[in-house]
Ligand binder design. Structure first.
Ligand code: NDP
Length: 292
């Protein structure tokens, strides 16, 4: 068997085009331009790349992008004061603080200072609680992107066995909540899980969010399963720098029914969902119809 390759890049382009159309409509009809503020503290090179591409995508969708770059030694009080100003700014509908933050800053405090209605990353404790109780929330972008790909492929996910490897607050846990919300039977695996290969083989859906290059080989995958590889790992092979996922793509593609590649799978969906969340936040703030 050769797995169908899930084209996250094309799907994300489609989402972005729909967001851009919706933005153009509310600009024209209501004179409102959605705005996203991105805050970067320090000069971590990977974060720098993410912030730049988020800003570019925001502008391409017709929205306003506000970038705030602060030095690595910024005192916590200064960062919190900036977030409070952004909370009050009516031109800003979404606020994203790029993680990880330098170690002297309390990430939980920083995230929980963002107005939950502007928390487009969906990490604020209120949004986590809303998602966990099945209420309308801002949903974290990466798991939301994974869910959209899965729904597109399968229609209903009800009754499917889903295994999520990884239990982080930004990917694994919200992913599991979303799959549960779609009536999957969900298992969350992590570094202390016993018999991980057997657990993985239970999944009609297998989501890998571990951060270990090519850790999951084909023989851990149920034949015909859908594999969503969230991992982004930078490695060097044959003297070349490459990006690989948490799944060994070559062996997995021989067993799975469908699989996301790295790059070009989940990654592009994350930015598309960030734009969609910003538009949603803007529509909610102004009582306008939300994007579907
Ligand atoms: P974290 O490091 O926060 O979490 C990793 C999780 O994997 C933990 O729950 C950990 O378990 C588990 N884990 C680690 N080693 C093993 C192992 N040997 N066996 C089983 N489980 C293990 O990572 P993130 O959730 O933030 O990110 C995961 C991956 O997704 C990374 O590669 C990251 O780059 C990528 N990512 C991609 C995004 C995208 O846009 N595509 C966005 C965000 C992340 P434990 O809790 O027990 O330590």
């Amino acid at each position: 068997m050769t797995a169908r390759i899930i084209d996250g890049k094309a799907f994300a382009q489609d989402v972005r085009a729909r967001v851009a159309e919706h933005v153009a409509r509310i600009k024209e009809a209501n004179g409102i331009t959605p705005g996203l503020a991105v805050v970067l503290v320090g000069d971590d090179p990977a974060s720098e790349v993410y912030v730049r591409s988020k800003g570019k995508a925001t502008v391409e969708a017709g929205m306003n992008s506000y970038e705030h770059r602060l030095p690595a030694d910024t005192p916590e009080s200064e960062l919190l004061a900036l977030i409070r100003r952004l909370n009050e700014d009516p031109a800003v509908h979404g606020i994203l603080v790029q993680l990880p933050l330098p170690s002297h800053l309390d990430s939980n405090l920083v995230i929980n200072t963002i107005d939950p209605a502007k928390d487009v990353d969906g990490f604020h404790i209120s949004n986590v609680g809303l998602l966990g109780t099945g209420q309308k929330a801002m949903v974290p972008c990466t798991p939301l992107g994974c869910l959209m790909l899965l729904r597109d492929l399968h229609g209903s996910l009800a009754g499917m066995e889903a295994v999520v490897v990884g239990r982080s607050n930004i990917v694994g846990k919200p992913m599991a909540q979303l799959l549960l919300g779609d009536s999957c039977t969900v298992t969350i695996a992590h570094s202390r899980t016993r018999d991980l290969p057997d657990v993985c083989r239970r999944g009609d859906i297998l989501v890998a969010a571990v951060g270990r290059p090519e850790m999951i080989p084909g023989d851990w995958i149920k034949p015909g399963a859908t594999v969503i590889d969230v991992g982004i790992n930078r490695i060097e092979r044959d003297g070349k720098k490459r990006l690989v996922g948490d799944v060994d793509f070559e062996s997995a593609a021989k067993v799975a029914g469908a699989i996301t590649p790295v790059p070009g799978g989940v990654g592009p969906m994350t930015i598309a969902c960030l734009l969609a969340n910003t538009l949603t936040a803007c529509c909610r703030a102004h009582g306008l119809r939300e994007p579907e």
